[in-house]
Design a protein. Structure first.
Length: 292
């Protein structure tokens, strides 16, 4: 029984990468539905799949996150994991699809949920913007703010893994991955030539695909003059090898297999390791009492 991978918006449910990719569960308007209806929906998912991993933006509206925590609390379930990586919308959608790919493999729910944090390190996500006047998620200098008011200005922004912002132009790029990736782009109201003709060759991408711009992207980037891009690992065999090469352990609280230092389902961390008892030497303790 595959673990269900859910997203909080239809725009985060990318088309399947291959025939094995499991469909995404879309929890659309989870914060505005009647609470009892939302609880029943999630309970049915748990009954059908056993475990549920919800991929949600770290910058998601507070009402969405609060509703998800409330449902988990009402169901008193440790079979619901909320994964909130610090990624822009397209990168978040790519991560969710990678988990959907892995959900078809022989990975336990704890390992699969933990894999989300691991795979986030291999995602390079950013955008080409026509203005940075309302960009809140990446540091913007006063100079860049001023330049954004100049007609025709474009800015290349890398949001993850290391935030960086430069004025886009021929031969000007942002740091990319040092391993082979594919590039996914989503166009708003801005031409994509810089991404396809400058960024993609500089990043030595092995292929390029296009997808509609997620609805959340305009709010995240602060403008509809955007071309969002994301470099990622597309092959299931590579993803599986990455995840299974990491040492697994058993969560001491809920008993499922996990990778990393925290269980994504119950949030338990490994108990502290007690200091080993001081071994006695053959001659006895150093400060032994005198006999008598």
């Amino acid at each position: 029984m595959p673990t269900a991978i859910a997203v909080t918006g239809a725009g985060l449910a990318l088309p399947a990468q291959d025939e094995r990719t499991v469909p995404a569960v879309v929890l659309d308007d989870i914060d505005s539905r009647p609470l009892d209806e939302a609880v029943v929906t999630v309970q049915q998912l748990l009954d059908g799949y056993g475990h549920l991993v919800v991929v949600c933006a770290k910058a998601a509206p507070a009402a969405v996150v609060q509703r998800l925590h409330m449902i988990r609390s009402l169901l008193e379930s440790d079979r619901i994991a909320l994964l909130q990586p610090d990624l822009p919308p397209l990168g978040l959608a790519v991560l969710a699809r990678q988990l959907r790919q892995l959900a078809s493999c022989d990975l336990g729910p704890g390992v699969l949920a933990s894999a989300g944090r691991l795979l986030t390190h291999y995602i390079h996500a950013g955008a080409l913007l026509g203005t940075v006047a309302r960009l809140d998620h990446v540091p913007v200098t006063l100079t860049s703010h001023a330049r954004s008011w100049v007609p025709g200005s474009q800015f290349a922004v890398l949001a993850h893994p290391q935030p960086q912002l430069v004025k886009a132009g021929p031969g000007v790029t942002v740091p990319g991955p040092e391993f082979g990736t594919w590039l996914l782009l989503a166009k708003g109201q801005l031409p994509a030539e810089w991404v396809t003709e400058t960024l993609a060759p500089a990043w030595r991408t092995q292929g390029l695909r296009e997808t509609p711009l997620p609805a959340e992207s305009t709010r995240w980037w602060g403008t509809n003059k955007v071309v969002e891009f994301c470099a990622y690992l597309p092959d299931l065999s590579v993803l599986y090898q990455l995840v299974t090469s990491v040492r697994q352990s058993v969560c001491h609280w809920c008993g499922i297999d996990v990778i990393g230092d925290r269980c994504v389902f119950c949030s338990a961390t490994p108990p502290p390791v007690p200091e080993p008892a001081r071994a006695l030497t053959a001659s006895g303790p150093r400060h032994a009492l005198p006999a008598g």
